[in-house]
Design a protein. Structure first.
Length: 113
């Protein structure tokens, strides 16, 4: 009886571990798709940069319509903040399995050619 309960416990732990790893892969896939979509929406940024490189951290969420809503942009340059908000705010993301109204933070590095 003791061996049976140990075997059952190991089976349950293996099952739960497998399902928890699947959620991580879905979350990583959603994050990669969001990142790709945001990079596409930002497009050409070369005329906005004053320096050779600039960093920004964008906090955003996705509403029920699938639109990106920019909450804040953490950067030293005001023109980059305005550029990001104009390019991303209320643009459609159309990504499956995204958590609506969850806050996402995306670091972005702009490099001047």
């Amino acid at each position: 009886m003791k061996k049976l309960s140990i075997l059952l416990l190991i089976t349950l732990m293996t099952t739960f571990t497998t399902f928890s790893n699947n959620n991580r892969s879905i979350r990583d896939e959603v994050s990669n798709k969001l990142r790709t979509k945001i990079i596409t929406l930002l497009g050409n940024y070369q005329n906005v940069l004053d320096t050779q490189t600039e960093k920004a951290a964008v906090k955003f969420m996705i509403n029920r319509k699938g639109e990106i809503i920019v909450l804040s942009v953490d950067t030293k340059q005001e023109n980059i903040s305005t550029f990001i908000k104009n390019k991303l705010n209320y643009k459609e993301a159309n990504i499956k399995n995204v958590k609506y109204f969850a806050t996402y933070t995306l670091p972005i590095k702009f490099i001047k050619n």
